[in-house]
Write a protein that binds this ligand. Structure first.
Ligand SMILES: *Cc1c(COP(=O)(O)O)cnc(C)c1O
Length: 385
């Protein structure tokens, strides 16, 4: 059988993309904020429901530039339950990440544990909307205001998510979105920063272009993180289809939920109230030992189905940070990282394939060995449910 990857990039029709890039052969303007870039930025601001958006070559560099533009110093409180990028962006800016644990409900920052980590040196909080689950934005805002801290959200997973009808880009001082090929919405590679203070635009735009502020002046030690015209053209095309793509993902997620909710030993994330999801990932957490997760991961592989241990390891246990940080202070994150598996999910994943994946998981779930397979779905047990 054809392998099923964990994700599959959304693409417009070939002819649609060709029509979009045709102008570039007339203008010969390939990068440095051309017409496609301007148009895409405008469309994106509308879609993300926020006035202030600026585009980047990728999400990671966008995050690095946002940290630099906000002039952060000292320590930044963040989560280890994320992609390497979040922690790297802090460290590569010469700052110290301080790791806060996550909550068991949606795997975002546990705001009850946040205040005790704030020190004289803390300048910001960098939470992650994990799997598109929205952080406790009210608590984070309250704590940030109390201690005069900046807030930058890693919203790489949260493209198009709304809370009470309001775009998720509207929380905090800034948010980073990733348009990497594997994300819900892609520009091949790409990213954006949305931000609250309009004055930040110039700083961000200068930093992503070598810190150049005029023909003969370079005011910042900037980098090169500009989005090019071919990326912007891909964005324009993919944005036309985003609503339908998300609806298709929703159908896949609903199918997974039908088969896997109420299975003994497996925990799903409850949908958040008032949040319109983008169905970006489908994580399942095995209640039992680490072994079950790894066994099922291997079992799926034998069937040519690629799931992902995402996020594992935690960023505070990555090889490059082994002598600097450890995961002892973040036990909940450690617990989840050792038991989580994200299942294949993309708009065109066939529902029959979802059924097949669920059958394999259920058959391999050692918690279930003494149960008749036809009874599955009727029992509710679990340590962390
Ligand atoms: C994808 C991702 C990034 C990095 O984005 P790129 O566009 O790949 O550079 C950062 N943080 C999280 C949580 C991500 O998933």
């Amino acid at each position: 059988m054809k392998p099923i990857q964990v994700t599959r990039s959304s693409m417009p029709a070939f002819e649609e993309y060709i029509a979009e890039i045709k102008d570039l052969w007339e203008s010969h303007w390939l990068t440095n904020m051309g017409e496609k870039h301007k148009l895409f930025e405008k469309q994106l601001a509308h879609y993300l429901d926020t006035p202030n958006v600026t585009l980047f070559a990728n999400g990671h560099l966008a995050l690095e530039c946002a940290i630099a533009a906000l002039n952060l110093t000292g320590e930044v409180i963040t989560t280890p339950f994320t992609f390497a990028s979040t922690t790297h962006a802090i460290v590569r800016n010469g700052l110290k990440p301080v790791f806060c644990d996550i909550n068991l409900k949606d795997y975002t920052l546990d705001t009850d544990k946040l205040e005790s980590l704030i020190s004289e040196k803390t300048s910001a909080i960098l939470p992650v909307h994990v799997y598109g689950n929205i952080c406790n934005v009210q608590d984070i805002e309250r704590i940030a205001n109390k201690y005069n801290l900046k807030v930058i959200y890693d919203a790489a997973h949260a493209f198009g998510v709304t809370v009470n009808g309001k775009g998720v880009a509207n929380f905090g001082d800034a948010s980073m979105f990733s348009f990497h090929a594997t994300k819900v919405f892609n520009t091949i590679e790409g990213g954006a920063i949305t931000f609250k203070n309009p004055a930040l635009r110039k700083t961000l735009d200068d930093i992503k272009n070598f810190g150049i502020t005029g023909p003969e002046s370079v005011e910042y030690v900037g980098g090169n993180a500009k989005m090019n015209e071919f990326q912007a053209a891909m964005g324009i095309c993919n944005l036309r289809h985003i609503k339908r793509e998300i609806m298709k993902r929703k159908a896949v997620v609903e199918r997974y939920r039908e088969s896997l909710s109420d299975i003994k030993g497996i925990k799903l994330v409850e949908p958040q109230i008032d949040v319109e999801s983008n169905y970006s990932y489908f994580p399942i957490v095995f209640n039992k030992e680490i072994m079950v997760r790894d066994e099922i991961y291997e079992l799926l592989r034998k069937h040519n189905i690629i799931a992902r241990k995402y996020f594992y390891p935690l960023t505070n246990s990555l090889n490059c940070y082994q002598d600097r940080f450890n995961s002892n202070g973040t036990p909940v994150a450690k617990y989840i990282a050792e038991r989580v598996l994200t299942l294949p999910l993309y708009a065109d994943l066939a529902l029959e394939d979802v059924d097949r994946i669920c059958k394999i998981i259920i058959s391999g779930n050692t918690d279930k060995k003494n149960l008749n397979i036809n009874q599955i779905g009727r029992e509710r047990v679990g340590i962390i449910r």
